[in-house]
Design a protein around this ligand. Structure first.
Ligand code: UT7
Length: 349
């Protein structure tokens, strides 16, 4: 069986920079608080009425396709990872497909939040390894800023997220020992509501058997959005940050070690770790635990915030563009986030 590899990668971030000071102008927060807790200095916001999750995905995909030495016509499958899709349905995959003139091929939308890129990479890897597809386009794109609470109530969530997109072409490689060596996926639904965007939704007011979220008065319909949800402004992402942090700093190292052990490596064998950009403090914690020097961990959350499914491809692409990953390097990707879901991928570049 052949291995698969990342044959081309690209990213797009919107032009508009939003600093911590800008946020402090609309809610009770400060540059000092955000930098100290998260490392974030600024993030990008997409332009409403001009950009969307799919349009940003297209921009990143165009670069990835060109760098893979193919054209859009050669792509034979699309995987689109996002938690901020253009529509509730259909998924953004078909919108990207239409925009890029790739009609007819399959488009799979996946909902694995911060682990979306790793989950998507694992799916693409299986399709390529089995010979079913030769050029899988994997996109991670997020337009968080259109769904955040810009009042002080939402400051713990709003401070960390930013918009952007990353994309990769997954292709077969004939080179022995090169490409994606293994991927490792995990989830624990016990924590589903600890980091979640619940309303509007089809939960029918049921939360693990309770009626916590309220149910519309009328018998039929109306479960998407109730007047109570609007009155309570219960329409934004919810995050128990400390709970997420606590699990992230355990699961990140665990899943990185799983990938290393599977392939007979030690942490010191890693040439570059590209962690999902959740919070700089989480990345630093993981780095210390694994004993990795600064030059072996790539972080750019300072400039882009947490872009969820887009964060790994954006960071990986920048690391490559800056010459920080070379042919033959052992690259480890790892993510943790809402679900909870987490995963890793080990790649011989
Ligand atoms: O992508 C993966 C998913 N997400 C993550 O990985 C996030 C993991 N968690 C975190 O990064 C951190 O929990 C946060 C940075 C989000 C929050 O930091 P924290 O130290 O856990 O703060 P907290 O939520 O426990 O809140 C502590 C205090 C609260 O005030 P009181 O109740 O003590 O008066 C918050 O209201 O800090 C307040 N606070 C803020 N203050 C200023 C929360 N957010 C802000 C803010 N600016 N942006």
């Amino acid at each position: 069986m052949v291995n698969s590899k990342i044959g081309g990668i690209g990213f797009y971030v919107p032009e508009k920079r939003v600093t911590n000071h800008d946020l402090a102008g609309v809610m009770d927060t400060s540059d000092e608080w955000i930098q100290e807790r998260t490392g974030i200095v600024e993030r990008r916001y997409a332009q409403k009425h001009k950009e969307s999750t799919a349009t940003m995905g297209v921009k990143a995909a165009e670069i990835a396709i060109e760098r893979a030495g193919i054209t859009a016509k050669d792509v034979d499958f699309i995987i689109f990872a996002t938690l901020s899709p253009d529509y509730y349905f259909p998924g953004s995959g078909v919108l990207l497909q239409r925009a890029m003139g790739m009609n007819g091929i399959g488009a799979l939308d996946i909902r694995n939040q911060c682990s979306g890129f790793i989950y998507g990479l694992s799916i693409a890897d299986q399709f390529v390894k089995t010979g079913m597809y030769k050029n899988v386009l994997l996109v991670g794109s997020e337009f968080h800023s259109c769904g955040l609470d810009f009042t002080t109530r939402g400051r713990n969530v709003t401070a960390i997220f930013g918009d952007g997109a990353g994309a990769a072409i997954i292709q077969p490689t004939e080179e022995e020992g090169k490409g994606i060596l293994s991927t490792h996926l995990h989830a624990d639904g016990e924590h589903a509501e600890k980091l979640a965007y619940i309303n509007p939704g089809c939960h029918g007011g049921v939360h693990l058997g309770t009626e916590k979220f309220g149910y519309p008065e009328q018998e039929f319909g109306g479960m998407w959005l109730t007047e109570k949800m609007i009155a309570d402004e219960d329409l934004y992402p919810h995050m128990e940050g400390k709970h997420v942090f606590k699990f992230a700093v355990v699961k990140f190292p665990e899943v990185i070690m799983e990938a290393l052990q599977k392939n007979g490596y030690q942490p010191e064998d890693i040439d570059m770790l590209v962690p999902h950009q959740a919070n700089l403090r989480i990345s630093q914690f993981v780095q210390r635990g694994l004993g990795l020097p600064d030059e072996k961990v790539y972080n750019n959350i300072q400039r882009y915030g947490n872009t969820t499914a887009a964060s790994i491809p954006i960071a990986l692409c920048e690391a490559l563009e800056e010459g920080k990953i070379k042919e033959g390097d052992l690259v480890c990707l790892a993510a943790f986030g809402s679900g909870f879901t987490w995963g890793s991928a080990l790649i011989r570049w």
